[in-house]
Write a protein that binds this ligand. Structure first.
Ligand code: ADP
Length: 485
């Protein structure tokens, strides 16, 4: 039997993207179609999304969705059905999905994403004629209130369906002051620790984790890590209490977007059997970043420049990286202090370090296709996608041993090298000493070309496409629907 699932996300590639969530939400419909699951994606109507939607049909209306009039527009995300919440008072503004143009969170984010979740719950429960769903899949805090509305509020469609919430990053919880509670349209009984209350406020992610039928994280290791105080960030007790409902399902990569053999953003396309063609891509990166040419390794970074990503630690070891013959091309944006540290390093090491602050999808592909190794020293990493792209592109990942990084990269220790299974380099701790050592190991290995090539090839052979993960989500959906009877 084909299942119908509503996937509720605040971003989805290629329409709107600030990070990995968009890649995953964008890839799920195709991944699940292969498993007999029809996914409809539901997105907020940001200006960029409405512009891409063009002339779309309104399939439903709300007179007042948490106070704002709203329409539901139907379109397509690739070949798959898309629904968009057109609520100009909430989403019709310039800036990012969550912040204004200066990077400050919108003051009314609670209302924007509560309204979005309320609409999702109505749709999931069957409010839209001709569109019924068997299950709702909510992503991150922005959709965290969906399970709460499904369970606790009177719904327009009236048919409760099971829900799943996926945590893409526990660090973003959507925590708001308690005085918003009366405006959420939930019954007073929802104001309890078994409902949406969290440490005296309203926790959107917490509400989702409390009230969804299943919680998933985007890697098995992260599913274990969030049971601890360090990674649970205040919600570890809830994770432990619901541990029989927590599943770790690794993200896959969208091979239609991320395959070096067909990638239109590369100067030269290649396969594992034609690695020499990467040289042309390396030259292109060197030119783009104003780097000298030599026969040493070119390290790359494509990342948010934040504490989570360990980018402050990387900034500390750049003199070492250059000192042992490395060069760095970095693309990213984030904390002003970290950006400044990279700029300063580029000034200290002209021709050896090139920095591009900003967000640039084609350049992200070019770096994976031309870099020798990608640096990802995250302090925590729910799954991480850039190491998976690195593996697929023969851009050897150098990662910390945490979350999805630990699950997907096999360290080039002597035994793994001898067995031919190594795919990258893991560092044991996120500090300058450990990272410097990891970079040194990479430089040494790079100068043993046969071994380096083997490392690249093993990574390119590893299968991180959506097959297994799509099957795991589909099995979970079926189990929850059966449980509901
Ligand atoms: P997170 O979602 O925590 O930022 P992930 O590794 O899961 O980290 O996903 C990051 C995604 O965003 C990848 O697709 C990566 O290529 C992309 N990305 C990150 N920074 C940039 C940037 N400055 N320009 C282009 N793409 C970027």
């Amino acid at each position: 039997m084909t299942l119908k699932v509503l996937s509720v996300a605040s971003e989805a590639a290629p329409l709107v993207k600030t990070g990995g969530l968009a890649d995953v939400a964008g890839a799920l419909p195709a991944a699940l179609a292969a498993q007999g699951v029809d996914v409809t994606t539901f997105l907020p109507g940001y200006p960029a999304v409405l512009a891409r939607l063009g002339k779309a049909k309104a399939v439903h209306k709300w007179g007042a969705l948490l106070g704002s009039p709203a329409r539901l527009l139907a379109g397509k995300l690739g070949e798959h059905p898309l629904l968009v919440l057109d609520a100009p008072a909430l989403f019709g503004r310039e800036g990012g999905p969550y912040t204004d143009a200066s990077g400050k969170d919108w003051d009314d984010n609670w209302r924007r994403f509560a309204a979005f979740a309320r609409a999702a719950a109505d749709i999931g429960a069957g409010a839209v004629k001709g569109r019924s769903f068997d299950l709702v899949h909510a992503h991150d805090w922005q959709a965290g209130m969906v399970p709460a509305y499904l369970r606790l509020a009177p719904l327009e469609g009236g048919r409760p369906v099971p829900s799943v919430i996926t945590i893409h990053n526990m660090a973003f919880q959507g925590y708001f002051p308690g005085d918003i509670f009366p405006q959420l349209g939930l019954p007073p009984s929802a104001w309890t620790v078994d409902g949406v209350e969290s440490y005296g406020g309203v926790g959107f992610l917490k509400a989702g984790m409390q009230l969804a039928d299943a919680i998933t994280t985007v890697s098995p290791t992260y599913a274990g890590e969030i049971r601890s105080v360090e990674f649970g960030m205040g919600l570890e007790g809830l994770v432990l209490a619901r541990s029989n409902r927590v599943h770790g399902i690794l993200n896959g990569i969208d091979t239609a977007e991320w395959s070096p053999a067909i990638d239109p953003h590369l100067a030269a396309r290649y396969t594992g059997g034609k690695l020499a063609a990467r040289a042309k891509n390396k030259r292109a990166v060197e030119r783009e970043f104003g780097l000298e040419r030599d026969d040493g390794p070119l390290f790359v970074v494509v990342s948010r420049l934040t504490w989570q990503k360990g980018m402050d630690v990387l900034a500390e070891v750049l003199d070492h990286l250059v000192g042992i013959g490395g060069r760095l091309a970095l693309l990213g944006s984030g904390d002003a202090e970290i950006e400044a540290a990279f700029h300063a390093a580029a000034v200290r090491h002209p021709g050896r370090i090139g920095v591009r602050i900003g967000y640039d999808e084609p350049l992200a592909h070019a770096l994976q296709g031309g870099g020798d190794a990608i640096l990802i020293p995250s302090r925590f990493e729910p799954c991480g996608l850039t190491q998976l792209y690195g593996l697929a592109y023969g851009c050897v990942p150098i990662v910390s041993r945490t979350g999805g990084l630990a699950d997907t990269v096999i360290d080039a220790n002597p035994a793994a090298l001898a067995a031919g299974v190594a795919t990258g380099i893991q560092i044991n701790a996120v500090n300058a000493g450990a990272l410097a050592m990891g970079i040194s190991r990479a430089v040494e290995l790079y100068h043993r070309p046969a071994e380096w090539k083997r490392l690249q090839k093993s990574g390119m052979k590893a299968d991180f496409s959506w097959g297994a993960s799509g099957a795991a989500y589909a099995a979970l959906y079926r189990q929850l629907i059966e449980e509901q009877g």
